[in-house]
Write a protein that binds this ligand. Sequence first.
Ligand SMILES: [Zn+2]
Length: 335
Amino acid sequence: MSRRSKTLVLSLALVGLGASAPSALALVRAKPHRSASALPMARRLAALPPNELGRIPILEWHQVVDADGSYKVSRERFKAELTELHARGYVPINLSEMLDKKIDIPAGKSPVLFTFDDASPSQFRYLERGGALVVDPSSAVGILLDFIKAHPDWKAKGLFCALPAASVGHAFFGDKGIDGQKTAWRFPKLRFLVDQGFELCNHTLWHAQLNKFSDAVVQEQLARGALAIDSALPNYKIRGLALPYGIWPKNKALAYSGVWFDKKAKRDVTYANEAVFLVAGGPARSPFDPEFNAKALPRVPLQGGTKLTPTLDAMDKPGSMARYVSDGNPKTIAR
Ligand SMILES: [Zn+2]
């Protein structure tokens, strides 16, 4: 029997979203689809059978600059990657949708989570134009927002794993005149991203390699990373941490929660992360997969020699790496 004809819809209507034991779910047979090979490309994408236990790529970009390199992709390549994702039926989602198991995208489409690490000006630059601040269209945020404007089926979603106080401008997208960016623009940039629909995640205070430090310093790095975001956006709920270099602290539990005493304010600062991102590992499991583990989410790094197309090609093959495809109904889990 082909995979297509075995397509089943697991209806959660009776048991509520969040139930994960397949035995508790009613099985509903979905309508069979036409043979994919008989259809032209556009129709074939629309005809992908639902697979909501499939994989979701969590893409990871660092700098978006003139040319590819270590931790760098060219602006042209970044645009081409967005174009390829759109053409192959991917739709950006947010981390919160993954964690809350509320992925509401059209039938036949596949979710992708964008992550941007290190908060460089190349990701988000402002230009001053007649006294007003405008997003530099050559920065990653500018390129992405322009792409979304031209492709209204995409919304501004994705995760910025920010550093508030790292060197050479890696401080909430640039400070002290680096790359023309003013220190005063740092908090407005964070607010702008959240207003657009993007989300923010912690990436420590200044990118400390966490296994080299004491428990106290690890907690200070994470608490102060969270505190800096809170200073720009009071009570913003941070849900994820990207481990610098993908390296865990010696005491792994401190990646998820901890506390640091702020001597200046004379108070404890706590932090909590539901999701922790690694730097590699391939496409992530669906949050509906019983083996989904938000506490160690693999990612697909895009830089110099690491291209997007092979990952997407691998996800278009049947098997355990096959991509998540929506059935268009957020109340059912189809596989
Ligand atoms: Zn980083």
